[in-house]
Design a protein around this ligand. Structure first.
Ligand SMILES: [Zn+2]
Length: 219
């Protein structure tokens, strides 16, 4: 991978077009249909050896039940996916988004959380002084610490005694919004692309129960 790569050969897909493709792909996934355009296999692989032009960047949780390519019904070369537990934002993850936006002209970045996220659950347990089944390692603690501020905001607004599944749901959304804000304002490059070049950074939530992705209102 190198930033010196030539600019994308065909016109860049706009953020809105990219968003529409994701919405349609998720609709197919929910309906259990596989799109004919979704390319896999040796021929598609060969065509992509010389370069890629992913139309969307997805920062999502590592949870095995939430693989972006499947739930948006996309194939090889379509999505630039960054996965980390709790879809948190840390420098190398911001760098990955910057890289894709700069090298491939990708103008849509989606931060996608999901229902029943273990990272959010661990953060909630930490804040509510619940037992989370063993000590957290320093590295896991780093993830929890990155989720802490948005989850704390939810707990203070709703109260510690609020319904646990309500807290969990709201915390997932708050954490997604927090990661979106970090991407929008924690990177000079992304901030410039958003204000001057039509880049869009949107939050989304994947429901394990239904397979549906809901995009959060744009900030
Ligand atoms: Zn998760």
């Amino acid at each position: 991978m190198g930033l010196s790569n030539a600019p994308p050969a065909s016109p860049v897909v706009t953020a809105d077009q990219a968003l529409e493709r994701l919405i349609e792909g998720n609709r197919r996934f929910v309906d259990n249909i596989r799109g004919e355009h979704v390319v896999m296999g040796p021929r598609a692989r060969a065509a992509l050896v010389e370069g890629q032009q992913p139309f969307a960047i997805i920062l999502s949780c590592s949870d095995s039940r939430a693989p972006a390519e499947l739930i948006f019904d996309q194939g090889l070369g379509d999505l630039f996916v960054i996965r980390v537990a709790g879809n948190v934002v840390a420098p190398s993850l911001v760098g990955s988004v910057e890289f894709a936006a700069a090298a491939f002209g990708t103008r849509l970045a989606v931060v996608m959380g999901h229902s029943r996220c273990g990272a959010i659950d661990a953060t909630l347990s930490e804040l509510l002084d619940e037992d989370h089944g063993g000590p957290l390692t320093d590295n896991i603690r780093d993830i929890v610490e990155r989720c802490r501020a948005p989850v704390e905001t939810v707990v203070s607004a709703a109260g510690r005694d609020a319904d646990r599944s309500f807290l969990q749901r709201e915390a997932v959304r708050a954490n997604v919004r927090n990661s979106c804000d970090h991407l929008r304002h924690g990177s000079r490059l992304l901030e410039r692309l958003c204000t001057e070049e039509g880049m869009l950074i949107v939050g989304a939530e994947y429901a394990l129960e239904t397979g549906k992705v809901t995009f959060l209102p744009r900030a």
